[in-house]
Design a protein around this ligand. Structure first.
Ligand code: SF4
Ligand code: SF4
Length: 117
């Protein structure tokens, strides 16, 4: 399951540099699959979708920091617990019930984005 940032976010920015997958972006910023990963050019995601990893994608929120579900692995493959949730001063990084995934799937996403780690 991915983590989601709720509207309790105070835009402090503490979580963004902690994410090993560069899945966290400031509100209104574009995001890319290639940011902080080994992905580049045309790729087929583990979920079967074909994308260009270098293309800028629309922000998921314009007001608060947001997490890209496709890039979030709950920190699986890097850390014991979600790092964003660990540092957030207002505890607004919570499990995203709309993006429930098994540990196997999360580790598969991590290996897909970081094949050389
Ligand atoms: S749980 Fe980990 S991978 Fe997901 S957004 Fe938070 S820091 Fe990034
Ligand atoms: S650490 Fe929490 S309050 Fe700060 S930007 Fe991230 S989600 Fe928002």
């Amino acid at each position: 399951m991915a983590i989601i940032i709720t509207d309790e976010c105070i835009n402090c920015g503490a979580c963004e540099p902690e994410c090993p997958n560069t899945a966290i972006y400031e509100g209104a910023d574009d995001w890319r699959y290639s940011d902080g990963t080994s992905l580049e050019g045309d790729v087929v995601l583990p979920n079967g979708n074909a994308v260009n990893a270098d293309n800028a994608q629309e922000p998921i929120s314009d007001e608060i920091y947001y997490i890209v579900p496709d890039k979030c692995t709950e920190c699986q493959g890097f850390h014991e617990e979600p790092q964003c949730a660990a540092v957030c001063p207002v505890d607004c990084c919570v499990p995203d019930e709309d993006h429930v995934e098994t540990e196997e799937v999360l580790l598969g996403k991590q290996a897909f984005m970081h094949p050389d780690d």
